[in-house]
Design a protein around this ligand. Sequence first.
Ligand SMILES: [Zn+2]
Length: 235
Amino acid sequence: MAFISHSVGERGANPAADVNIIQTALNYYTRPPMRLLPVNGVADQSLFDRIRDFQATFMNQPDGRIDPRGTSVQRLWPVRYANPTGRAIRGADAFGAGHFNAPRGGRRHDGVDYIATPNQAVAAPMSGKVVRITRPYPTGIDANVLSGLEIHASDGSSCQIWYISPNTNLVGTLVHAGDKIGTARTLQIRYPPRPTPSRNAGVMTDHVHVRIHDRNNRPVDPSTVIPRAIAIPLP
Ligand SMILES: [Zn+2]
């Protein structure tokens, strides 16, 4: 489920799924009079030539092969980040706070929550390949409503974004950070407002949850890589 799981190109393993991804990524750089590569999973001379041409833009000795997590694949689909909602990080509310490592009962918050307005467009927080739909809650009325996506980057890191309604047919495709990937959902059904006079009265701020793990599956604080919300200057 990685961005590519095996080498692609000359003397590469060339499984069709990985060849497809590299053909798609190379086509992103194709400008006339160059012709688009067929995206057919077939590793042939035209693919090898195109890999060498691409490598020649940054390597002295192109080898025509793209390895998982290597320099070439990271040049081909660079790891970039974007704020998924354009909003700030969720501050403390009646249910908790949205920063990395915030307390969650006996656990710690593995990720950062970005404030969202239900039904607003949500952008990919990280560039990479969409590898699967995730379900933050396996059961209950919102198991199918509060959904998410997992993205794997070319350097082996991974990102999950939750509480969205993903666009259709994204699994298996490449995205750039900032591409629209779905719409935000309300959390008020899963987490109904607590009435006064309960001790923790109040509402949960609607948000999307972003989790990033490095190539060794260690948690990363997303706020160290995702741009802050840009304040809109007053007229
Ligand atoms: Zn969260």
